[in-house]
Write a protein that binds this ligand. Sequence first.
Ligand code: NAP
Length: 245
Amino acid sequence: MHVLILGGTTEARRLAEILHDSPVRVTSSLAGRVASPRMPPGEVRVGGFGGAEGLAGWLRERRVDAFIDATHPFAGTISFNAAAAAATTHVPLLALRRPSWTAAAGDDWHPVGSLEDAAEALPVLGSRVFLTTGRMGLAAFTRLDGLWFLVRSVDAPGLPRPRQTELLLDRGPFTLDGERELLARHRIDVLVTKDSGGAATAPKLRAAREAGIPVVLVRRPPVPLDVPVAATAQEAAAWVLHFSG
Ligand code: NAP
């Protein structure tokens, strides 16, 4: 049995690890955005497929028996391409989607629909911003000349970026102590994050709550609704192993 995992997330890597110990042949697919990605075990291919049609062709040529969309909740295009490719090829598809984060008592969250809306919301909330939305899309914040930004991303962002920017190149998982220290050291008074979900990057939310710092939370883009969903790598592995008999 040949399984394709559309990856680029901790959960995708975890699923590849679980299936690596089974008779299933696994190919993980990465978009190629990160210079030195953490590699899953097993076969890995890198780069786009050429849209939904290219993905459908790949599934047919490589005789894929089932595939899992384990991409990031904000990777909206590939998720719709996967659903379209599943519809045309009839190769079974499962989406592995981490649940959204949920607010706890004491949180001061400001949900917004886009990075542009996040930029709009910022000036009344704070002036020293911890921006954790990744290296893409910084253009949305460039007109906020009066605000200072600590931008954390895996690889360095290109231009344009806000005039007053300090870069912090790092990747999760992050610890609560580390996040507390970071907020205090940089005198952060507002946090911007995508609603990525998952444990690896959640400690910043608790650190912000403890420090009384507001959080601008970018809501997730839509996903195809006609695809079955698993919330954990273990659930997704059980779905795969059900096919392999
Ligand atoms: P996207 O907007 O949904 O995808 C854009 C294009 O990139 C897709 O049409 C596809 O190209 C290619 N692509 C995306 N994921 C791929 C994969 N796993 N394997 C092969 N090709 C892929 O995605 P994105 O937001 O640019 O994210 C790219 C990757 O980074 C995703 O795999 C995602 O899991 C990971 N990631 C994204 C974020 C985020 O915030 N967006 C955060 C962490 C990790 P073709 O049409 O040519 O096939």
